[in-house]
Write a protein that binds this ligand. Structure first.
Ligand SMILES: Cc1cc2nc3c(=O)[nH]c(=O)nc-3n(C[C@H](O)[C@H](O)[C@H](O)COP(=O)(O)OP(=O)(O)OC[C@H]3O[C@@H](n4cnc5c(N)ncnc54)[C@H](O)[C@@H]3O)c2cc1C
Ligand SMILES: NC(=O)c1ccc[n+]([C@@H]2O[C@H](COP(=O)([O-])OP(=O)(O)OC[C@H]3O[C@@H](n4cnc5c(N)ncnc54)[C@H](O)[C@@H]3O)[C@@H](O)[C@H]2O)c1
Length: 434
């Protein structure tokens, strides 16, 4: 194996793969080191397996709620082993396509655990590799709360590998992962209670959008307990107990900790002390993704950006361009569309605060007249009449529409300009366009 490269990237997830392919595309000699499955979190234990489960949940949810429309009969059951097999085959296809693309690009793939042993030097299995640029793309892992019995709780990695469904589950944490797991499993027939320490769920979204999302989760049958930090998990007579306080205990089959993620920093080895972290504990970077150790860059979830796959991929490409092509600045996070896969999705672009929203509406879509759970839709525009800077949407298909809203915002439209295009009738985005 060669030992000298133009750049070595540690981590074969969305960020590392993107950097390696684009840097090699500029004629550079690149090594990518991955200790686990190629594709990282998104492909193996994140977006992709989650979205495949959500697809099933969405179909069940749309069908089973339509009792008022006369859609009757037994609820379809999910054959988990069959679903898991179909999903596993797709994940393997994706991993193989990444392997092929790295090969075509001429990237050296090394399947080992890497450690930074000196500036410009990475060690794998006692062998030293050198490059003037080292890129950390090591991603993150789920963290559990510091409480007695936390080890009895599953994290999202485990939930996405369940081959049978529990009858009842308690989820700790009301962020993206907690809410998505709640909506998906409730639709698949699991009795779900979600407990979070915040006043509402989805605090990364603007208030009204998140509250409509929360009401829809409740309409779906999910019990939501806010402003509560559970005290312990313990074994019960028949399953597990989540102790909320002295007076309330939830008896369930499974407890899931969806209480946040932390970056993977083991690759820094003894050099960790020389790499500055932010208050959130992720790696501090400048606009060239360079850390406080010259020549060491960081992209993706381990760095101080938004922990979303499109950001990780875009930043990997941007860094490759900055180092080996024409300089471009990192994508502005205000132009990143995002969606929580609840039912229906809560989607947003522009990262608005509650005060930013100047026009909004909560409405009942036509489907609500037919559904037993009467989910509500919502749209909100942020910024001002003169310059619209954010769009929020809660509606079926919101995760598809919000990407186009992000494109629209790039052109800095005023409110009157948005009214000059017409949406599809009947739809919720039509209402937002005015
Ligand atoms: C349940 C879940 C659902 C999600 N859903 C979405 C979604 O719908 N949309 C979205 O945009 N984002 C979603 N995300 C977030 C998204 O998955 C991450 O932002 C993205 O995967 C980060 O990519 P990354 O390359 O930074 O890190 P990762 O994909 O985590 O890759 C890091 C890689 O580095 C490797 N590594 C670490 N240390 C070493 C070492 N020392 N040596 C060698 N290799 C090492 C790891 O094995 C890993 O493969 C979700 C996340 C989770 C957990
Ligand atoms: N659809 C998507 O794009 C998607 C999906 C999943 C994850 N992600 C990414 O992954 C990141 C991590 O997601 P996450 O949901 O794990 O983390 P998070 O930090 O977004 O949410 C964790 C939640 O748990 C709560 N919490 C923490 N400790 C608690 C305790 N002891 N008791 C009760 N509540 C507690 C926090 O207040 C917070 O609301 C997200 O920020 C997002 O960027 C994105």
């Amino acid at each position: 194996m060669d030992t000298d490269y133009d750049a070595i990237v540690i981590g074969g997830g969305s960020a590392g793969l993107s950097f390696a392919r684009h840097a090699a595309g500029h004629g550079r000699k690149i090594a990518l080191i991955e200790r686990d499955k190629l594709g990282g979190t998104c492909v193996n234990r994140g977006c992709v397996p989650k979205k495949m489960l959500w697809t099933v949940a969405d179909s069940l949810h749309r069908g089973t709620g339509l009792t008022r429309a006369g859609l009757l009969g037994p609820t379809p059951q999910v054959d988990m082993p069959r679903l898991c097999a179909a999903r596993a085959a797709k994940l393997e296809d994706i991993r193989q396509s990444y392997r092929d693309k790295l090969h075509e690009a001429g990237v050296t793939l090394i399947e080992e655990t890497a450690e930074l042993t000196a500036p410009g030097e990475v060690t794998i299995q006692g062998q030293r590799l050198r490059a003037p640029r080292i890129v950390l793309a090591t991603g993150g892992h789920p963290i559990k709360p510091d409480m007695p019995g936390a080890e009895l709780a599953c994290d999202s990695d485990e939930v996405l590998n369940w081959t049978e469904l529990p009858r009842a589950m308690a989820i700790i944490g009301g962020g993206y992962i907690g809410c998505e797991m709640a909506a998906i499993h409730a639709a698949m027939g699991v009795r779900v209670t979600l407990v979070t320490d915040t006043e509402r769920v989805l605090t990364e979204f603007s208030e009204k959008a998140a509250l409509v999302g929360q009401a829809n989760m409740q309409a779906q049958g999910i019990r939501i307990v806010t402003s509560c930090t559970p005290e312990a998990v313990r074994r019960g007579d028949d399953g597990l107990e989540l102790v909320l306080d002295a007076d309330s205990v939830l008896s369930v089959d499974k407890v899931v900790a969806a209480t946040g993620r932390a970056p993977n920093l083991e690759a820094l080895g003894d050099l960790k002390a020389r790499v500055a972290l932010t208050e959130k504990g992720v790696i501090r970077i400048d606009e060239r993704f360079e850390t406080s150790l010259p020549g060491l860059h960081a992209v993706g979830d381990c760095a101080d950006r938004l922990p979303l796959t499109p950001v990780a991929s875009s930043d990997g490409e941007t860094l490759a361009l900055q180092l080996f092509g024409d300089y471009r600045s990192p994508v502005d996070l205000r132009h990143v569309a995002t969606s929580a896969y609840v039912l229906p999705p809560v989607a947003e672009v522009g990262q608005p605060s509650k005060e930013d929203i100047f026009e909004e509406n909560t409405l009942s879509p036509l489907s609500a007249a037919l559904r037993s759970d009467a989910a509500q839709d919502y749209w909100g525009l942020g910024g001002s009449e003169a310059a619209v800077t954010s769009v929020s949407l809660v509606a079926e298909g919101a995760h598809e529409a919000i990407g186009w809203a992000a494109q629209m915002l790039l052109h800095r439209p005023d409110r009157a300009t948005i009214r000059r295009a017409l949406g599809v009738h009947p739809s919720t985005s039509e209402e937002a366009m005015g």
